[in-house]
Design a protein around this ligand. Structure first.
Ligand code: SF4
Ligand code: SF4
Length: 195
């Protein structure tokens, strides 16, 4: 993908710190994101994530859904009771910034890939274009093109590894509950004896 004026314009924007993306949307994560967060925080995986159910309006690809005994689910970062991300600090900063999920590193950009996992285009995240949130990013220094591409490629790799694991779970027809799925991914759950 060649840089061009439109892409530069998208990347050269600075966050307005409005925190809407840390409050008002679901943050998709992979098992690699979760591993980083468990290591960084020392909190067990089951406390860091929650599941949400499949409904016809979801835009997630079929490959993101795993079958549990109570239906199809996808995994997202947990929220506080008030709906904020569990890592949104009192000063409105991210308290897990160094280990934040790839989705947060790329936001507010959405990256489009082809079937060979090459980046073909970038555009504004659909939660902004469909007005789920109003992002207060404004023209500024933004992100370096090459750094952004390398993050986006890493995100894709991690996502592909995750959906392969989901596929294995689904093909083995394992079902079970949230904790069974997390154990399948290799996580220790609160209350489990360390191995
Ligand atoms: S919604 Fe946009 S301006 Fe607000 S915190 Fe997120 S990236 Fe920054
Ligand atoms: S992990 Fe950090 S950056 Fe991502 S939504 Fe939560 S508070 Fe915001």
């Amino acid at each position: 993908m060649k840089n061009n004026k439109r892409i530069s314009k998208l990347l050269e924007r600075d966050c307005g710190q409005c925190t809407s993306c840390c409050r008002d949307i679901q943050v998709d994560i992979t098992d690699t994101d979760l591993k980083r967060l468990v290591k960084h925080t020392g909190i067990t995986a089951d406390r860091l994530v929650r599941l949400y159910g499949h409904n016809k309006d979801d835009n997630d690809a079929e490959s993101d859904w795993f079958n549990l005994s109570y239906g199809k689910r996808a995994i997202v970062l947990n929220k506080k009771r008030n709906g904020d991300c569990i890592f949104l600090g009192q000063d409105n900063g991210c308290i897990a910034y160094e280990a934040r999920p790839m989705t947060c590193r790329i936001f507010p950009i959405c990256v489009l890939y082809d079937d060979c996992h090459n980046i073909v285009d970038v555009e504004k995240s659909d939660v902004i274009t469909n007005k789920t949130i109003t992002c207060k990013c404004s023209p500024g220094k933004g992100q370096l093109y090459d750094v952004f591409l390398s993050t986006a490629m890493q995100a894709r790799k991690e996502h592909v590894r995750f959906i392969n694991k989901i596929d294995t779970w689904n093909r083995q027809n394992k079902k079970g509950n949230k904790n069974d799925f997390l154990r399948f991914l290799g996580f220790i759950i609160s209350g489990d004896a360390p191995t």
